[in-house]
Design a protein. Structure first.
Length: 437
């Protein structure tokens, strides 16, 4: 006690008096050091919710009371709004308001005590979320007809996960299971559960279709209402409603209902029952396929029997017999037309006819060729008569100037011009010595 605050206050050797501010400051420091994390149980009175979002109230028991404050940054995590007369358990740190010398508890968590208080908190949350429409049937999503992958939000060490795994292994071996582990009771359990639901949805957003989670089981095994309270938290309810993955709540036993049950797309009484819902999808599909297969086999057998009966009836009818007789007669006529002797005679006639036609074609072709050759000779003679070379052959010549133009007039050249003269055989160059028009 030598260095304690009380000893310093009453030490005879201490002569300098302390100011009130100094005293309160030292007391505050000592209190905050020694009472940094305390649990207090009491009844709330004088509760007030300030416009700033902070809560102020007094905790009291039969003989004492203490002021308490819960700031906005903390109370948004509390699942209900306190009220006068509510018995609560509070965790916080003790401090002192120096200007007035009053002790004050800075609340960091708050939970109701007793079943009656929890029921009131439960009804508050249900009324609030119900007014927002979070329980509307129209918002509930349907499970896919054949879930291939199921996510499970529960404790990794609890019996709930192993119950789910056993049921699916036994009844739906094609369904794979993804565990998203979380605490399911105690402080921060609600935060972890809601975070696990969000993580499952974030995984789906980036996963390929075949790897996505088709359904989500959120729950735990049975327990007291206090043990199950995390599933009544508003934080969990909003995460379930925001999930794009259909959610099956599986909290506790038959008698236990939570806010999570109300907001989920489907409710199962236990984790095993939730797994049965998923497994039933596969069982239903297999049963439906088996029934369809039996129906198809029965229909095909009936149709085949009906067709056989119809064939038998038709084979005995006069109309069928007459049709068959006519078909046989026609077949006989066709067969007679295709007899070898008759076909050989037709082939011989066609060969003779083909020979005559071939001779006629050869004669006609020769006549056409001879006529065309005569016409060609006549055209050749006419062409030769008109050819410039033929004219040259008769002693005429063609004169050209140096540019290669044919001269038709003596005025086209002048004296001393060089010209080219083409003859029937060869050509020569000449110089104009005189021009006679």
């Amino acid at each position: 006690m030598q260095n304690s605050l009380l000893q310093s206050l009453f030490d005879d050797e201490e002569r300098r008096p302390m100011t009130v501010s100094e005293l309160n400051a030292q007391v505050r420091g000592e209190v905050e050091r020694r009472f940094r994390n305390v649990w207090i149980e009491g009844e709330i009175v004088n509760f007030s919710a300030a416009s700033s979002g902070h809560w102020y109230f007094t905790l009291h028991d039969a003989t004492s009371q203490i002021r308490a404050a819960c700031f906005k940054g903390t109370n948004y995590r509390i699942r209900f709004e306190p009220f006068d007369g509510l018995q609560v358990r509070v965790r916080g740190r003790l401090t002192m308001y120096e200007p007035k010398g009053e002790f004050q508890l800075m609340v960091e968590s708050l939970e109701p005590v007793g079943e009656g208080a929890r029921r009131v908190a439960f009804e508050q949350i249900r009324a609030k979320l119900g007014a927002e429409g979070l329980f509307d049937v129209a918002l509930k999503r349907k499970l896919p007809p054949f879930p291939r992958r199921v996510g499970v939000v529960t404790s990794a060490t609890g019996a709930a996960f192993f119950d789910i795994l056993n049921v699916l292994t036994r009844r739906a071996r094609s369904v794979s299971v993804v565990l998203i582990p979380t605490r399911v009771q105690g402080e921060n359990a609600a935060f972890e559960i809601s975070r696990a639901v969000r993580l499952a949805n974030e995984y789906n957003d980036g996963a390929e279709s075949a790897a996505r989670i088709d359904a989500l089981i959120v729950g735990r095994g049975g327990g007291s209402s206090e043990d199950l309270w995390a599933f009544n938290e508003e934080l969990v309810a909003r995460a379930i409603r925001a999930s794009t993955i259909p959610v099956i709540s599986a909290v506790g036993h038959e008698i236990d209902h939570t806010i999570a049950d109300l907001v989920a797309d489907l409710r199962a009484a236990t984790p095993s029952a939730a797994a049965e819902i998923v497994a039933q999808r596969e069982t239903d599909i297999c049963s439906a396929l088996e029934k369809r297969s039996d129906d198809l086999l029965r229909i095909m057998s009936y149709r085949l029997l009906e067709a056989r009966s119809r064939v038998q009836r038709l084979s005995m009818s006069p109309v069928f017999m007459e049709t068959l007789h006519q078909a046989n007669a026609r077949l006989e006529r066709i067969a007679s037309q295709l007899s070898p002797i008759r076909m050989a005679s037709k082939v011989g006639d066609n060969k003779t006819r083909l020979g005559l036609l071939s001779q006629r074609a050869d004669s006609a072709a020769r006549d056409v060729v001879d006529g065309k050759m005569k016409d060609l000779s006549i055209f050749m003679a006419k062409l030769d008569a008109l050819s410039p070379l033929a004219v040259l052959g008769r002693g005429f010549a063609i004169a050209e100037n140096e540019a290669g133009l044919i001269l038709r007039d003596a005025g086209q050249v002048e004296t001393s011009d060089l010209i080219k003269v083409r003859l029937a055989a060869g050509s020569l160059r000449a110089k104009v010595t005189s021009v006679e028009p």
